[in-house]
Design a protein around this ligand. Structure first.
Ligand SMILES: *Cc1c(COP(=O)(O)O)cnc(C)c1O
Length: 384
C-alpha cells in the first residue's frame, strides 16, 4: 500500500536497554525453565516497588486472578462481585470456577467501582435476592481502570464491614498509587499484568502480590502443578501450569529498571491531551479527582459529549484517526452488556453504559514521538 503512514498504536511494547542482556544471561546460564534467578529477582523487584511483602511471578494476569479465587476457596455456585467496566479477564476466572459473577457499576469521576452500587449488591446477595438463597459474596474484584486508582478506602471499608475478601485487579495500574500506597496492595491479593500492551511487558506475564505469606506460597505451589513434597510426583490438590518463565522474567527485570520513566511518559501523554482538549467543549478526560489519586495514565481516555461538541461523537474521532492509520479504541464494553454474561446479575445506575457509549482511548504508548503527536493533533484539528 503506497502512502499509508506508519501505524500509531494504542499502546505498544517499549523495551529499555538491559532486557536483551538479561535474556542472554538466562541463555548463558541455561536457566530456560519456569523457575530460576530472574524469576526470584523479578519477584523481589515487584515487592520493593509496590511495598507488598510477597509476590509470585505468573504466566499472565488472568492466571493471577484465577489463582486468587482458588486461594480464597471460591466454589461452584458462589457469588463473586466484580466491576462491570473492565476487560473480560477480570471476570472470566469467576466462570472458570463455576461461580456466578455479580457485576457492579462504576462512578462518574474515577470510572471505577461505585461503592454505593457495591453495597447494594452485597446486601442483595445477603438477602437472597441474587441467587434465591442468602449468600455472602466470596470475593470483591475492583479494578483500577486505565491506571486510575479506585476509591480503595471506601471499598475496603465495605469489605471489612461485611468481611468479604478483596482481589484487586491492578493489571493496568502498576506505578499508580492511592494516598501514596501502591495499587494492588490494598486488597487481600493484588493482580498485575505484563501483557504486551501494558505499561511494562514481559511479552506475556503476570504476578500476584500480597502481604499474606501463605497466600503467595500457595500461589507458587498451585502454579507449579501442586506437587507435594516427595521424590516421586505426588498430588493432593488440582494444580496449574502458571509459573513465569525465567527467560521472560529477565525481560521483566529490565523493564522494572525503566518503569518510572514509562509512568512519567504516559503521564506526560495525558498532560498533552489535556492541554489540547483544554479549550474544547464537550470533551472530558479520565482525570484524578484530587491529589490522593496518582494514575499511571496507562491509557488516556476521553468522554465525548455530542450535544456539546456540535455533533462530533466518539466514532467521528475514532474513524478519522483510523483513516490516518492511528489506533484508538472505545472504552471497555461493560461486562453486564456482554453477550456471554447476559444472564449475570448487575447493580448500577447506567454510568458504565454511558462511558462505553461515549468513551474513547487515545494512543498512549510511552514510545510515542513528537511527530506521532503532530499527526494525532492534525487529525483532531481537522475535526474540531
Ligand atoms: C490485561 C488485563 C488483565 C489480564 O491480564 P493478562 O496478563 O493479559 O492475562 C486483567 N484485568 C485487566 C483490567 C486487564 O487490563
Amino acid at each position: 500500500m503506497p502512502n499509508t503512514p506508519e501505524k500509531i498504536w494504542l499502546s505498544s511494547p517499549h523495551m529499555g536497554e538491559n532486557e536483551l542482556k538479561l535474556v542472554q544471561e538466562a541463555f548463558a546460564t541455561n536457566w530456560i525453565a519456569p523457575l530460576g534467578p530472574h524469576v526470584n529477582g523479578f519477584e523481589e523487584d515487584l515487592q520493593h516497588y509496590t511495598g507488598a511483602k510477597h509476590a509470585a511471578a505468573l504466566t499472565s494476569g488472568t492466571a493471577a486472578l484465577h489463582l486468587s479465587l482458588v486461594i480464597l476457596g471460591v466454589k461452584p455456585g458462589d457469588l463473586v462481585i466484580c466491576q462491570s467496566m473492565t476487560f473480560s479477564a477480570s471476570a472470566n476466572p469467576i466462570a472458570y470456577l463455576g461461580a456466578i459473577p455479580v457485576f457492579v457499576d462504576s462512578e462518574a469521576d474515577t470510572w471505577n467501582m461505585c461503592s454505593e452500587s457495591l453495597e447494594r449488591a452485597i446486601q442483595a446477595c445477603l438477602q437472597g435476592e441474587v441467587s434465591g438463597k442468602k449468600q455472602k459474596p466470596a470475593a470483591i474484584i475492583p479494578v483500577h481502570l486505565y491506571g486510575m486508582p479506585a476509591k480503595m478506602e471506601e471499598i475496603m471499608a465495605l469489605a471489612k464491614a461485611y468481611e468479604i475478601p478483596v482481589v484487586e485487579d491492578a493489571a493496568e495500574a502498576l506505578g499508580a498509587t492511592y494516598k501514596g500506597k501502591a495499587c494492588g496492595t490494598f486488597g487481600d491479593l493484588g493482580v498485575l499484568s505484563f501483557n504486551g500492551n501494558k505499561i511494562i511487558t514481559t511479552s506475556g506475564g503476570g504476578a500476584l502480590i500480597s502481604d499474606t505469606e501463605w497466600m503467595i506460597k500457595k500461589a507458587r505451589f498451585l502454579a507449579t502443578q501442586a506437587r507435594d513434597e516427595a521424590p516421586h510426583y505426588q498430588h493432593s490438590h488440582i494444580g496449574y501450569n502458571y509459573r513465569l518463565s525465567n527467560v521472560l522474567a529477565g525481560i521483566g527485570r529490565g523493564q522494572m529498571q525503566v518503569l518510572d520513566e514509562r509512568v512519567a511518559a504516559r503521564r506526560a501523554n495525558f498532560e498533552r491531551y489535556k492541554t489540547y482538549f483544554g479549550n474544547k467543549k464537550g470533551i472530558k478526560l479520565q482525570e484524578a479527582p484530587n491529589a490522593d489519586f496518582f494514575s499511571n495514565h496507562w491509557l488516556t481516555g476521553i468522554l465525548v459529549n455530542e450535544s456539546e461538541t456540535g455533533g462530533i461523537n466518539r466514532e467521528t474521532i475514532r474513524m478519522a484517526l483510523a483513516e490516518e492509520n492511528i489506533e484508538a479504541r472505545p472504552l471497555w464494553k461493560p461486562m453486564h452488556l456482554q453477550p456471554v454474561f447476559a444472564k449475570a446479575p448487575y447493580f448500577g445506575t447506567g454510568v458504565s453504559d454511558r462511558l462505553f457509549q461515549n468513551g474513547l482511548c487515545l494512543p498512549s504508548g510511552s514510545n510515542l514521538q513528537e511527530q506521532d503527536f503532530d499527526r494525532i493533533f492534525e487529525v483532531l484539528d481537522r475535526i474540531f
